[in-house]
Write a protein that binds this ligand. Structure first.
Ligand SMILES: Cc1ncc(COP(=O)(O)O)c(C=O)c1O
Length: 418
């Protein structure tokens, strides 16, 4: 290929870096299909429909606990409900403040007001989508009772300072690990660091338990029983009381999800290893690039890359983030230009749409906090503006890594300021 054609951006009529689609993920395979068939065979043979809280769910939870190196797990029916039940296990008084991340899925925040607590947003670390102890400290108040941290994109939050702060202020810590299955912080799995953790196991995550699913995990047995009770209408599990002890919804998982989850969890170590390898390869290849690199990460972490968070040094480029991403897409590399999933910016939050038009919990007469807080999200805005995401997964091999790196450098070179 002549040099001009190789360096001319596809967007400007050059040859695209990649013309074949990226490989599909193929997360579910014949093993999951067989497990589901076996469950049906079992059910038909016994003449009983499969249900929930059965042996397969127990096996799934046991496998999950083994993966986490010990503890207790309760399978639930979504990541949102895993957060809901983790929070429910804490049995917070109404109008408690719960500190939430500036960037996360709505399902990682909505459980807070639905439990009559007030979500208070902590800004991002200036270098990351994740929050940090300083940002959390800035919003702690006498009403604070818990912190939810989310390990976004498979990158662990810097947990030691967060845990120290939580101890100082007597706050519970919920880790939302929905995007970070298997990620490590100082050698320890995320989800084992705080008081209780929530995982989403819907079909887009590192491993799944069918179309929807989630897991509550804790090393604290008392919290585990509280979560289980809360996840199943307050049933008095592990208590002598015969009747339901707290109000709760039905967030149960089921045997069908569990048989899929059992197969998937066996695949998880390989998925984690491959995703980490893709991310690290791209990171290392770009380490000395002037304008495009994998974003800063907390030291001593092992990321499991739900996506690749890419940072642009915009001052070194002649174009903005969106133009850079358009050029990358034209090169045949899938790209998500913005990951500004900020609860504060969504209509439900702005309009306080939780309990009809009441504005509750913010408007509750005995809430003594700021009813119309202006969330300090300057870092979130700055971080969002100079980052974009590359969707990656465990089926990406060397060819995909090479194409990604090639396209990133090609676009960067074309747009570098002279
Ligand atoms: C960080 C985070 N928390 C919570 C959720 C909600 O999980 P689910 O979609 O399984 O309800 C997600 C889903 O993507 C997530 O990424």
């Amino acid at each position: 290929m002549d040099k001009n054609k190789a360096t001319l951006l596809a967007m400007d009529g050059g040859t695209p870096t990649r013309t074949t689609p990226m490989p599909s993920r193929a997360l579910l395979g014949v093993e999951e299909k067989q497990a589901v068939m076996d469950l049906f065979d079992e059910s038909i043979a016994h003449g009983e429909a499969f249900g929930y809280n059965g042996p397969h769910e127990a096996a799934h939870e046991k496998a999950f606990v083994e993966m986490m190196g010990g503890g207790y797990a309760d399978a639930v029916n979504s990541g949102t409900n895993a957060v809901y039940c983790a929070l429910g296990a804490l049995q917070l008084d109404a109008l408690s403040e719960v500190i939430v991340p500036a960037i996360t899925d709505p399902g990682g925040v909505m459980p807070v007001p639905l439990l009559a607590c007030v979500p208070i947003v902590a800004d991002c670390d200036p270098r990351s989508y994740n929050t940090n102890a300083a940002q959390i400290e800035a919003v702690v108040s006498p009403r604070s009772r818990a912190i939810i941290v989310a390990h976004i994109g498979g990158e662990p939050v810097d947990m030691d300072p967060v845990l120290a702060l939580a101890r100082r202020h007597h706050l519970a810590v919920i880790e939302d690990c929905s995007q970070a299955h298997g990620a490590l912080y100082k050698g320890r799995p995320v989800g084992t660091l705080g008081d209780i953790a929530a995982f989403s196991t819907m079909s887009g995550k590192h491993h799944c338990s069918g179309a929807q699913g989630g897991m509550v995990f804790t090393r604290n047995e008392e919290l585990y029983w509280k979560a289980r009770r809360f996840a199943d209408r307050g049933k008095p599990f592990n208590l002598t009381e015969p009747k339901n002890v707290t109000a709760g919804l039905n967030c149960n998982s089921n045997e069908l999800s569990a048989v899929i989850g059992c197969v998937q969890i066996r695949k998880l170590p390989d998925i984690i290893r491959r995703r980490n390898a893709v991310g690290e390869s791209v990171k290392n290849a770009l380490i000395s690039r002037p304008a495009v690199q994998v974003g800063w990460q907390v030291p001593e972490t092992m990321c499991t890359y739900w996506f690749l968070r890419m940072r642009l040094t915009l001052s070194a480029l002649r174009v903005n983030r969106d133009t850079f991403c358009q050029a990358l897409a034209a090169e045949g590399i899938p790209v998500t230009p913005s990951y500004r999933h900020c609860p504060v910016e969504a209509p439900w939050f702005i309009n306080r749409s939780v309990f009809g038009s009441s504005g509750f919990p913010w408007t509750a007469p005995n809430y003594t906090g700021n009813r119309n807080p202006t969330a300090l999200i300057g870092n979130m805005i700055a971080v969002s503006d100079c980052h974009f995401n590359l969707p990656i997964h465990e089926r990406y091999g060397q060819a995909e890594i090479d194409d990604i790196v090639h396209a990133l450098i090609k676009v960067e070179t074309a747009y570098l300021k002279k």
